[in-house]
Design a protein around this ligand. Structure first.
Ligand SMILES: Cc1cc2nc3c(=O)[nH]c(=O)nc-3n(C[C@H](O)[C@H](O)[C@H](O)COP(=O)(O)OP(=O)(O)OC[C@H]3O[C@@H](n4cnc5c(N)ncnc54)[C@H](O)[C@@H]3O)c2cc1C
Length: 504
C-alpha cells in the first residue's frame, strides 16, 4: 500500500498520472469532508486517506458563498461538530465558520491530507480488484490524475458550486444594470447609492438584504411567494445565563447543543402534528417587528406547511429592522419582464434597479456529478435506492453524506461518520474487502418512492432535480430523510448484519 502524493503537476500533459492508492478517498473539504476526516483519523489512525476538493480552499459552502452578511441559519452548537466546542454566538458569520473549520484542521493535523484543485470526474469500481479507480482533473493545471482506493466517501454536498441556478426571464438581455448571483459575489461591488432588487426570499435573501440595506439607496426583495421566517436572538438567552458561570467550553457546548436539539425537535414535530398552530406561532412572532400597516398576509404568510421548505432565520429580526427603517421593502408578484432600467411585474409596476441579485438558489448535483461505473456498467442513480441515506444499493464500498433539511447538516455528519466507521470495522472483523447494499428477496417488489416526497419537503432545488436523483423504498433500511429525533436512535443501533449488506 502506498500513500497518495500530489506529484508536481506537468503542465499541459494529457496523459493520466498515477497518484497512488489510499484506503479511503474522501471527496469534498466542506463541513462533511472535514468531519469525515476527523472521524477516520480518530478511529483508524493507521489507514491512509486523502480529501480531494475541486475548489482552491476549504469550507465548501462557506468558501463559495462570500456575499455580504453571509451567515448560518442554524445555531453553531449543533452546526458545529460534536467533538469541537463552539465558543461564539449561536448564529455565526461565514468567516467565523471558516475559522472554526481551520481550528479543526489545525488541531487534528488534517491539512496534509487535503488536495485542493482536484475535481473528481469519474469513479469505477472493480470487483476483481476490490477497489475504485478515481479520475481527477486538476482545476489549476488541467493535469489528469488517477487514484485508486478501497473505499470512497462522498462528502460533496448537494449543489453545483460552479453553476448557480438562475431561471430564464424575458427581457434580461436588455437590462442595462448589473446582475449578480450570491454564489459569485464580486469582491469590489460598489452598492453606494444603488437601487438593488433581490429576487428571492429564502435564507440568502433574508441574510443579504439587512447587510446591504444601509449602503444601498434602497433594496427591494422581489418574491413570487412568501417564506417562513423566525427571528431568534443571535445569542440564546441560555448562553447569556451560562456565561458568568465560567464553565468549561465542552460543557457549554453540550448544554447549548441539547437545548437547540430539543427546540428543533419540537419545531419539526409540531410542523407535522400541529401545522396550523406552528404557522400561527411563526407569523405572530414576527408581526410586532414589522412596520405599522404592513401587509403580513400578502408578503409574509406562506401557502405551504411550515418546514415543507426551510424556515429562514432572521437573527434579532434584522431584516424587519431594514423594513421599519424604510431601507428595504417587499414586492410579492411574478416577473413579467426585465426592462432597460429594472423589472416589470405582473401588476404592471416597474421596480427600478441598478443591480439585480438573483438569490434564486442552486442547481442540485448528484454525488458531485461524478460519472460512476460498477464493473464496467455506468451507474444510473435514478434506478437505485438509498440504504439509510448513507449508501446506494448495488454500489460497493461507497458512502455519502447528506445532512438534514430541518436540523443542522452537521448533526448528520457525526451520525453518518459513526456508522461508516462501524461499517469499516465490521468489514475488518469479517476479513471482507467489499460491502454492497443489496435488496433482499422480500424487497424485490418494494414500491419505490421519489428522493423527496413533496408532501414532506418540497424546496425548489430538490423538486427541480427529482428526475436525476436516486430513490427510496417504503421500508427500512431503504428510506432516508428521517428526522434527527428518530435517526439519533436508529443509526447508532443499525444492524449491519441484517441481510441488506452483502460482504465479500
Ligand atoms: C449560504 C448557505 C448557508 C447555509 N446555512 C446552513 C445552516 O445554517 N445550517 C445548515 O444545516 N445548512 C446550511 N446550509 C446548507 C449547507 O450546504 C450545509 O450545511 C453544508 O455546508 C454542506 O456541507 P458539505 O461539506 O456536505 O458540502 P459543501 O459545503 O457543498 O462542500 C462540498 C465540497 O465538495 C466539493 N466537491 C463537490 N463535488 C466535487 C467533485 N466532483 N470533485 C471534487 N470536489 C467536489 C465542492 O467543491 C465543495 O468544496 C447553507 C447553505 C448555504 C448555501
Amino acid at each position: 500500500m502506498t500513500t497518495a502524493s500530489a506529484t508536481a503537476p506537468a503542465q499541459g500533459t494529457e496523459e493520466i498520472q498515477d497518484a497512488g492508492h489510499v484506503d479511503v478517498l474522501v471527496v469534498g473539504a466542506g463541513v462533511s469532508g472535514i468531519g469525515a476526516a476527523y472521524h477516520l483519523r480518530d478511529q483508524f489512525p493507521d489507514r491512509t486517506f486523502v480529501i480531494l476538493d475541486a475548489q482552491d480552499n476549504r469550507g465548501g459552502t462557506w468558501w463559495t458563498h462570500q456575499y455580504p452578511g453571509v451567515r448560518s441559519d442554524s445555531d453553531l452548537f449543533t452546526y458545529g461538530y460534536r467533538f469541537k466546542p463552539w465558543r461564539g454566538p449561536s448564529i455565526a458569520a461565514g468567516g467565523a465558520i471558516l475559522e472554526y473549520l481551520d481550528e479543526v484542521i489545525d488541531e487534528y493535523d488534517l491539512d496534509k491530507y487535503i488536495r485542493y484543485h482536484h475535481r473528481v470526474t469519474a469513479a469505477s469500481w472493480s470487483t476483481e480488484d476490490r477497489q475504485w479507480t478515481v479520475e481527477v482533473t486538476r482545476a489549476d493545471t488541467g493535469q489528469r490524475l488517477r487514484y485508486t482506493t478501497s473505499f470512497l466517501w462522498m462528502c460533496q454536498g448537494y449543489y453545483n458550486h460552479d453553476k448557480p441556478y438562475r431561471p430564464e426571464w424575458e427581457g434580461i438581455d436588455r437590462f442595462q444594470g448589473l446582475i449578480v448571483h450570491p454564489q459569485r459575489w464580486p469582491e469590489d461591488l460598489d452598492l453606494a447609492g444603488k437601487r438593488v432588487v433581490v429576487i428571492g426570499s429564502g435564507a440568502t435573501a433574508a441574510t443579504l438584504i439587512p447587510a446591504i440595506a444601509s449602503r444601498a439607496e434602497h433594496v427591494t426583495m422581489l418574491q413570487r411567494s412568501p417564506t417562513y421566517y423566525f427571528a431568534p436572538p443571535t445569542t440564546h438567552e441560555l448562553a447569556v445565563m451560562l456565561a458568568p458561570l465560567d464553565l468549561p467550553d465542552e460543557w457549554t457546548h453540550e448544554i447549548m447543543r441539547r437545548q437547540y436539539i430539543t427546540q428543533y425537535h419540537w419545531l419539526a414535530r409540531t410542523s407535522f402534528e400541529a401545522p396550523d398552530e406552528l404557522h400561527a406561532f411563526l407569523i405572530e412572532s414576527i408581526r410586532p417587528l414589522l412596520p405599522e400597516g404592513f401587509d403580513v398576509d400578502k408578503h409574509l404568510t406562506p401557502r405551504y406547511r411550515p418546514w415543507q421548505q426551510r424556515i429562514a432565520i432572521v437573527p434579532d429580526g434584522d431584516l424587519f429592522a431594514s423594513l421599519r427603517e424604510g431601507k428595504a421593502s417587499i414586492v410579492t408578484d411574478t416577473i413579467e419582464t426585465f426592462t432597460e432600467h429594472g423589472i416589470r411585474v405582473s401588476s404592471g409596476e416597474e421596480i427600478p434597479a441598478d443591480i439585480v441579485v438573483t438569490a434564486t438558489g442552486f442547481n442540485l448535483s448528484v454525488l458531485g456529478d461524478v460519472a460512476f461505473a460498477v464493473d464496467g456498467e455506468p451507474v444510473d442513480f435514478t434506478k437505485h435506492v438509498t440504504w439509510r441515506g448513507v449508501m446506494i444499493n448495488g454500489v460497493p464500498n461507497m458512502a455519502y453524506v447528506f445532512g438534514y433539511f430541518r436540523h443542522s447538516w452537521t448533526l448528520r455528519v457525526d451520525l453518518v461518520s459513526d456508522l461508516v466507521i462501524r461499517l469499516l470495522a465490521n468489514m475488518q472483523d469479517k476479513g471482507a474487502t467489499m460491502v454492497v447494499p443489496t435488496l433482499r428477496p422480500e424487497d424485490a417488489d418494494m414500491k419505490l418512492r421519489p428522493f423527496s416526497d413533496p408532501e414532506n419537503f418540497n424546496s425548489g432545488y430538490v423538486m427541480r432535480s427529482q428526475h436525476i436523483l436516486f430513490k427510496q423504498g417504503d421500508r427500512e433500511p431503504w428510506t432516508h430523510m428521517l428526522e434527527h429525533e428518530q435517526e439519533r436512535e436508529i443509526l447508532p443501533k443499525a444492524d449491519l448484519d441484517d441481510g441488506t449488506l452483502a460482504y465479500r
